[in-house]
Design a binder for this molecule. Sequence first.
Ligand code: SF4
Ligand code: SF4
Ligand code: SF4
Length: 258
Amino acid sequence: MSQSESNGKPKVAFFDFTSCEGCQLNKLNFENELLDILELVDIVEFREAMDDKAEEYDIAFIEGSISTPTCIERIYDIRRRAKVLVALGQCAVSGGINAMKNAMPMEEVQETVYGNDKYLFPSIPAMPVSAVVKVDYEVRGCPMSPPEYLHVLKSLILGRKPEIKDYAVCVECKLKENECVLEKGMFCLGPITRAGCDAICPSNGQYCTGCRGPVSNINKNGAVEMLKRYGFSTEEALKRMKMFNTNELEKEIKWGKE
Ligand code: SF4
Ligand code: SF4
Ligand code: SF4
């Protein structure tokens, strides 16, 4: 990557849109690596930590979904200034939890949240950042996976293309030799969810709730068969997957009737 900064360090900026800001906070959790990273980059915008502003960025990390007309104006402006733009976390990648509102009439949603003041807060269906501007890379998850985020950041600093995994969580889970939670009667979305989190939930005795979204080539027949084998229906799988992935389900997964 050619750096725009005279000190040779890439200018990195963080922006939050409609989100809980959990992904930005999550990256503060790896203190050891953070100090090393601060040596390698020049953080020029980060609302949660500083007041400074910059005209351009080598890498812009975007957290949150696009859910208001103002969001659209802001993301166009950031894209125009950024050489590389990375969507950080499932809200930015797919609309995330915010997109659950898309299944309801927008006016009803606004009224529930803002009551009589609803006209003061214009709202549009929650969209991924990629629905409005070009996204170069994605770091999935709710919250995003810190190791994957580090991998993407380090790769970009070194001028390499980050490797983004596109196979099921089950693969990572099996490699860790976890006992499958399906065997314990739990539901698990690992077979259809995109890896990259190191199967953190099943590795800790929990089921996967699909927070990283579906793999791009789901083995639908295999998934349906597996679910049936353990007494679960595809309807249930879709219902659970919707929590984080309403938009992606509408777009990508067409399940056959059982
Ligand atoms: S992806 Fe999850 S943790 Fe990250 S901002 Fe959205 S809701 Fe919060
Ligand atoms: S626990 Fe979940 S992720 Fe792990 S192997 Fe079983 S179904 Fe797959
Ligand atoms: S195991 Fe599933 S729910 Fe847990 S972090 Fe990974 S993708 Fe998300």
